[in-house]
Design a protein around this ligand. Structure first.
Ligand SMILES: Cc1ncc(COP(=O)(O)O)c(C=O)c1O
Length: 451
């Protein structure tokens, strides 16, 4: 008698190529990808190796996350070692030392009096956790009517229901409309090509857009608003850099009305702007920060909400006893992620990577702005080790020019990111000057080739 097993269907030879059909890829044109796949098979330092053996210069730090470069030995060694010591420990009513150690180290790095850390596994989880903590905070302060969130048009806060509700990218919402948070409003975004095109660093014009928050406070009433959530520099929507004075004014309005301010630093955290966090770069301290990506150099998924002591005190220390926050994930503070996080912070610190990013900012900015005058370019902007090249959309085909430029760059051996018709570059912070030169040479050629 033959027995069948669920495992019979797996390929049995080492070189069998998997079918591409079964995997439902995220944020991907699945059918087009599967017709012409772009596969990466290994990575080291600044480079990926593609399935056809080509070296691909990583102009995007993976997805804004591999800030120290790929497969860094101290980080992979720490993960390997931890996997052999303790693979997993339950985080509810139990603990393990590495999660506490990582929280302590983060608390030392965090700005102002942000000194408590709640772990999750991604930016999306960090955002949803932050929104829930904001609600719990107001409940514990006896102001349970503060339930409204203010996000910003074009904002990206991941893909949880909370994140897409406060986010301001229509495409991420419209398939799911009707199921989002009930009380959300949005500020205008700050992108203003008419006044700010070709800015280096922070644009000069637009601080007054923060006054939109005052208008929303007047409309809804301050005592209904739990928190404002914004990305200090919006990344996924195509790199929107805050105008001079804008974040300060948002902070000031939140202070005036006692509204919590959340900075979503999932992209801006861990050196991307040439400082540990955007809060430090811009000198504006929020009440909570969400981080992920660079926290473990993207080796093991991890995200976190970092909060001011006052928020922790209100929810935890003022509670009568028992479990104070009915929220958490099976993998909150996972041992492998915690080990990876500690090793990552050590690499950032010992190699001075945040300072390195600061010292490269001007060279990187020059490279971005060297593309001035290239065909279809309508804006170039940069801050820290982030650059954006905005192309004029092809009539009737928005996004096509950006995507074709991304494809051409990949063919030429450089990974860039396209969001609609903006090309974003955000390489690992170990990038060398000649690699920056090469990235922008290739992008320039691709732009000239794409009609
Ligand atoms: C600002 C911001 N918040 C949240 C997220 C979501 O992070 P994740 O994809 O890890 O859920 C991202 C991802 O790019 C992001 O840029």
């Amino acid at each position: 008698m033959t027995t069948s097993s669920a495992f019979d269907v797996l390929p049995t030879t080492a070189d069998a190529q998997p079918s591409l059909e079964e995997l439902w890829m995220p944020f991907t044109a699945n059918r087009a990808f599967k017709r012409a796949p772009r596969m990466l098979v290994s990575a080291k330092g600044m480079y990926y190796t593609a399935a056809d053996g080509r070296q691909i210069l990583d102009g995007t730090a993976g997805l804004w996350c591999v800030n120290a470069g790929h497969c860094r030995e101290p980080i992979t060694a720490a993960i390997r070692e931890q996997a052999g010591v303790m693979d997993y420990a339950p985080p509810f009513q139990m603990g393990h030392p590495l999660a506490f150690e990582l929280a302590q180290q983060l608390a030392r790095m965090l700005p102002g009096d942000i000194d408590h850390v709640f772990f999750g596994n991604s930016g999306s989880e960090a955002v949803d956790s932050a929104l829930k903590i904001a609600l719990a905070y107001w409940q514990s302060k006896g102001q349970a009517q503060r339930v409204r969130f203010i996000g910003r048009s074009r904002g990206y806060h991941g893909v949880g229901f909370g994140g897409i509700a406060v986010g301001g990218i229509e495409a991420n919402r419209k398939q799911f409309a009707g199921q989002l948070l009930p009380a959300v409003d949005h500020l205008d975004h700050t992108h203003d090509l008419a006044r700010n095109a070709y800015s280096r660093g922070q644009p000069q014009h637009g601080a007054e857009l923060a006054d939109g928050l005052e208008a929303l406070v007047q409309k809804h009433g301050a005592d209904t608003i739990a928190a404002v959530i914004i990305e200090p520099v919006a990344g996924s929507t195509g790199v929107l850099i805050p105008p001079v004075g804008y974040l300060e004014r948002i902070r000031e309005i939140c202070n005036r009305h006692g509204i919590l301010l959340i900075f979503d630093e999932v992209i801006t955290g861990f050196g991307r702007l040439g400082a540990a966090f955007a809060a430090e770069k811009f000198g504006v301290v929020p009440d909570m920060m969400t981080v992920a990506k660079g926290i473990t150099n993207a080796t093991v998924p991890m995200g976190a909400v970092c909060v001011r002591g006052e928020v922790y005190d209100a929810v935890v220390n003022a509670a009568p006893g028992g479990i104070e926050l009915f929220h958490g994930y099976t993998y909150s503070g996972h041992p492998l992620a915690a080990a990876a996080g500690l090793a990552t912070l050590d690499v950032y610190r010992s190699e001075g990577l945040f300072e390195r990013a600061a010292s490269l900012e001007s060279y990187f900015g020059d490279a971005v702005h060297s593309l001035r005058g290239a065909p279809h370019v309508v804006d170039l902007r940069n801050i820290g080790i982030v650059g954006a090249i905005e192309l004029e959309p092809r009539p009737g085909a928005p996004g096509a020019r950006g995507f074709e430029t991304f494809l051409k760059c990949f063919e030429a051996g450089v990974l860039v990111r396209s969001t609609a018709d903006t090309i974003a570059l955000s390489p690992p912070l170990i990038v060398e000057r000649d690699e920056i030169d090469r990235m922008f040479e290739v992008v320039g050629e691709a732009i000239r080739d794409v009609a």
